[in-house]
Design a protein around this ligand. Structure first.
Ligand SMILES: [Zn+2]
Length: 276
């Protein structure tokens, strides 16, 4: 399913984790972000992108980070130049490729290649604050080490941050994640951002909703850190801290069972980080 969210900005929602792939077209270029995941979906995204291709438009494939659900479609766009963070995490990429192989062989997903997926054909690695055409790129760490945020006009495409369907998944560092939230407030102000396209679930379409999501993420992390801190003061093990926080809520709801493991991993990681 593809919707035109804004003039020239199209969003495709995947059957998996509501992943939002973006096709963005302006006079100079066609940009595809995180084409995901199943072959028929990737094909739909590719067909739309193809309809905008002209001899004088550049073609770019932007990867918001190296997690498996975001990179599975890269080889279906061989004529597109890949843009990713200069902090691109190769070991996470390799891990993601294994995960794609695992997922595809478990759920019988056929692709144009068989067996192992080839590595990502890296094009331009961009630095924090770098500009390219109409785009400005920023690094966003915390979920992974290689998150890339793209600013286009008053729209930000932010990867797996500020989602309306999931709490912060912290794979690398809660401190870095907190810094990223602070950075969002700063760069959104600088660029007068009024639309945030997150890669899981619906976009935030006004400044109030954007601020609400920043606050929600910050509040979740703050409470998780408080929980761990309290457990540490009592000399509890990680397991006991998790038990103590069994009634932890997000948006006034218990954490859904399907993503509870990410919350538990967050608590473990925060505990580790606070002990260091
Ligand atoms: Zn993701």
């Amino acid at each position: 399913m593809i919707n035109e969210l804004l003039p020239g900005v199209y969003v495709h929602t995947s059957h998996i984790q509501k992943l939002q792939s973006v096709v963005l077209v302006d006079e100079k270029a066609v940009y595809v972000f995180d084409p995901c995941y199943f072959p028929d979906e990737i094909n739909e995204i590719r067909e739309l992108a193809r309809s905008f291709e002209t001899p004088n438009r550049e073609k770019y494939l932007v990867l918001t980070h190296s997690d498996f659900d975001h990179i599975a479609g890269v080889h279906e766009f061989p004529e597109y130049k890949v843009i990713a963070s200069s902090a691109w995490d190769e070991s996470n990429e390799v891990h993601s490729i294994e995960k794609i192989e695992q997922f595809d062989s478990e759920f019988y997903v056929d692709r144009e290649w068989t067996g192992k997926m080839p590595r990502v054909p890296m094009g331009d690695k961009v630095n924090h604050g770098q500009q390219k055409g109409e785009m400005t790129f920023y690094h966003a760490k915390g979920h992974t080490w290689d998150g890339l945020v793209t600013i286009y006009g008053q729209t930000a495409i932010v990867g797996d941050y500020l989602s309306a369907v999931e709490f912060p998944f912290v794979y690398t560092s809660y401190r870095a994640y907190m810094d990223t939230l602070t950075m969002f407030s700063q760069i959104f102000e600088t660029h007068s951002i009024d639309t945030v396209i997150t890669q899981h679930g619906p976009a935030a379409l006004d400044k109030t909703e954007i601020q609400r999501r920043i606050d929600l993420s910050r509040d979740y992390l703050k409470r998780a850190v408080e929980l761990v801190g309290e457990g540490m003061e009592r000399g509890l093990s990680t397991e006991k801290i998790i038990e103590m926080g069994a009634d932890f809520q997000y948006e006034a709801q218990p954490i859904a069972i399907g993503i509870l493991n990410f919350h538990i991993k967050n608590i473990k990681l925060i505990h580790q980080e606070l002990t260091q």
